[in-house]
Design a binder for this molecule. Structure first.
Ligand SMILES: Cc1cc2nc3c(=O)[nH]c(=O)nc-3n(C[C@H](O)[C@H](O)[C@H](O)COP(=O)(O)OP(=O)(O)OC[C@H]3O[C@@H](n4cnc5c(N)ncnc54)[C@H](O)[C@@H]3O)c2cc1C
Length: 306
């Protein structure tokens, strides 16, 4: 049987990535989750999302990069992306993975690259640092903390916390104390039970606990989920605390649960669509397939044919 675990293992395979990138069906399947390959191609889809009442977070796909040339290319793409957001007056911020900025080569390199992007994005464009596997959590939070609390801090940034990690309650308290903006998600990587809660019930219960802390004491939390139960919990907490809907935002992925996205906007909530682009779509798409068992059979068939 194809399991979430197997798909997440496949997400890390360079060989399968090579197969998939040359497979027509796999390419077609990825298009559901990816807005385009180039900055030029995504401008119109983003404008359309804005017109329908959504804000956007743009992610240039790429992770675990160890070629300095590729890292420089990523930085350059983000700089052009920031320019594009401004010149087209898009209602969009950006999301970045630190391994795409060189964290696997050296944290200092990733930190330098991030600071360069934050300066280019300041003051008005917010830069969200995505959270990757637990092997990267400490390094990611340290880079964020150092930049956010430096003598001359760069404040147009925030991080992501994953409710499947056992450590996250402590991390949330630290980020609340720093006054940092947090996106809360469940977590998308394959993790060991020593570091992550193994059952969905535990992950969901922790999500609601962390959500409550962030809505009570955090700064403009990003509530990233497609789970109606988590969304209902957020609305209940908002009502209990008598918060206005501009004190937080819901976030969902491009192409996932579109009707629910529309519904929340028409109910008066803020909704940001995480919108990836670029040609390194394989690991991202595999993680999306792992989240939706109904797509597994089709995915595997296309890989095998490839
Ligand atoms: C805006 C945003 C940013 C994110 N950033 C990160 C990050 O930085 N780091 C990280 O580890 N993870 C990130 N994630 C992914 C997240 O951790 C989860 O893996 C993912 O959102 C699925 O969890 P869920 O909350 O939607 O709940 P689940 O319990 O997984 O799903 C609830 C329901 O939503 C629907 N659904 C969920 N996913 C899909 C899908 N792919 N296709 C179709 N239907 C689906 C299904 O109907 C499912 O029953 C992000 C997610 C979002 C929405």
């Amino acid at each position: 049987m194809i399991t979430r675990t197997l798909l997440l293992q496949m997400a890390g395979s360079r060989q399968l990535e090579h197969f998939a990138r040359h497979n027509r069906i796999a390419n077609a399947m990825a298009q559901r989750f990816i807005a385009g390959e180039t900055i030029e191609q995504i401008t119109e889809p983003v404008r359309q999302l804005n017109k329908r009442g959504f804000t956007v977070s743009l992610d240039f796909l790429g992770e675990s990069v160890t070629s300095e040339q590729e890292i420089a290319g990523t930085v350059d793409t983000y700089l052009r992306l920031l320019q594009n957001i401004r010149s087209n007056e898009l209602d969009a911020n950006v999301s970045i993975k630190l391994t795409a900025l060189g964290m696997d080569i050296s944290p200092e390199l990733a930190s330098r690259n991030l600071q360069r992007l934050l300066k280019a994005a300041a003051p008005e464009i917010f830069v969200r640092i995505d959270m990757e596997s637990s092997a990267h959590t400490d390094a990611t939070l340290k880079i964020f903390r150092d930049i956010f609390t430096a003598d001359v801090p760069l404040k147009n940034t925030g991080v992501v916390i994953q409710s499947y990690l056992r450590r996250s309650a402590a991390d949330v308290e630290e980020l609340i104390n720093l006054g940092a903006r947090v996106r809360l998600c469940k977590g998308a990587y394959q993790e060991n039970a020593t570091v992550a809660f193994p059952t969905k019930d535990e992950v969901d219960a922790n999500y609601v606990r962390l959500l409550r802390r962030l809505m009570e004491h955090g700064v403009y939390p990003g509530i990233a989920t497609h789970d109606k139960k988590m969304i209902d919990a957020a609305i209940q907490i908002k009502n209990e605390l008598d918060l206005s809907p501009d004190k937080f935002e819901f976030q969902m992925l491009y192409g996932v649960r579109r009707e629910l996205q529309e519904q929340l906007v028409s109910d008066g909530y803020r909704m940001r669509i995480y919108t990836p682009f670029g040609d390194h779509w394989y690991p991202y798409t595999m993680r999306r397939l792992a989240e939706k068992p109904a797509n597994l059979k089709l995915a595997l068939t296309s890989m095998v044919r490839g």
